[in-house]
Design a protein. Sequence first.
Length: 130
Amino acid sequence: MTPDFILLAIALMLALVQILWAGAARTSELGIKWNAGPRDGVAPPPGPMAGRLIRAQANLFETLPLFAAAVIMAEVAGKAGELTYIGAQMYVFARIAYVPVYMLGIPYVRSLIWLVSLIGLIVVLAALFI
């Protein structure tokens, strides 16, 4: 597997971890009976921790398809190289750092980390045109 595909695999594993972590936090608030049931009716809003984990997951899911497509396109087009690798590292490591910073409710730093991930994504996309 290429380095860019390894980073894409890590990003996909992060997505899975975030799904499980947000789900576990919500289940701890509402109980296993709620989680196993049909979830009819309106659930109460999530508490602070579950809410942050759910929002962090949603935030990842906004850019993950773009990142995956960019990495795959770079590989297929023969454009993968040092630039895509740097961009992919920026994206993945920033996304990993984003979760605990968001979970802890640290303002500004969270936005800065998100910006690093966005720049990484843009770098991978830019490599397609170089």
